[in-house]
Design a protein around this ligand. Sequence first.
Ligand code: HEM
Ligand code: HEM
Length: 221
Amino acid sequence: MPEKQLVWDIWVRLGHWALAIGVGLQFLTGGELAWQATHASLGLLILGWVLFRVLWGLFGPASARFATFVPRTFAGLRLSLAALAGGTPERPASHTQLGGLGVIILLAILGLVALTGAASSDDIFFEGPLARYLSSDLVSLATSAHHWLTTVLLVLIGLHLAAVAWHQWRLREPLIQGMWHGRKPVYSADPLAAPTGPRLWIRGFTLLLCCLLGTWLALGA
Ligand code: HEM
Ligand code: HEM
């Protein structure tokens, strides 16, 4: 096994597992009247965290930037597909081309689910904080969009888990350990090292706090 290097900084990793747990809880609380307030608050925190990941992907360390894994050509995506089917392994420093596309779509749908949730209403007991500013037609549109987007999200999560499992057990690439401790085997001649240290903690923490507070103050009850 080649040498390992830190590729996922602490904020990418914390964000990933917080999102995974948070989204899981959203599916448990979504249809439950007794849990609607928790569902709404957690949903807004998820939206804040998605916003953080978008800003981190634009202005954060190179290893976390979208520019390092957004697919630019169809040929790149085809190579990714061929690698999945057992062709030449892609083994990028960060996400594969196909994985990168999946990450962008997952984040976009997560953001849309949370935003439509904030404009939803069950017409009886509960409404999201944006619903009071919208016409009843728009609220019912947002509510049905919230329902079908959660189904799209479930399908995407299923695909995400299937792709991770395929890489992990079929192609024997330790991705899950990588998302846990941050280190991945270095195959590339041009490896991406994630930063560590107090500056990274302070930068990430400040940005995260601004995103969570900003979302809460803008959309909270
Ligand atoms: C609701 C559930 C989940 C969501 C919404 C989700 C979302 C994401 C996102 C957005 C990323 C990109 C990380 C980044 O660059 O910031 C990612 C990567 C990853 N996720 Fe998940 N995830 C979920 C559950 C899981 C679970 C349960 C596992 C493991 C069993 C997992 C394993 C991974 C791995 C290994 C990667 C890195 C893939 C790579 O190395 O390219 N995810 N996930
Ligand atoms: C990523 C975030 C979110 C996820 C995964 C999610 C998921 C869900 C799910 C699975 C349901 C049940 C749908 C059904 O019964 O068919 C639901 C319902 C609901 N959600 Fe969310 N939600 C999220 C964010 C939010 C937010 C931020 C709010 C409000 C601030 C919200 C408000 C609602 C409301 C009002 C309902 C009930 C709608 C009705 O009874 O027709 N959700 N959500």
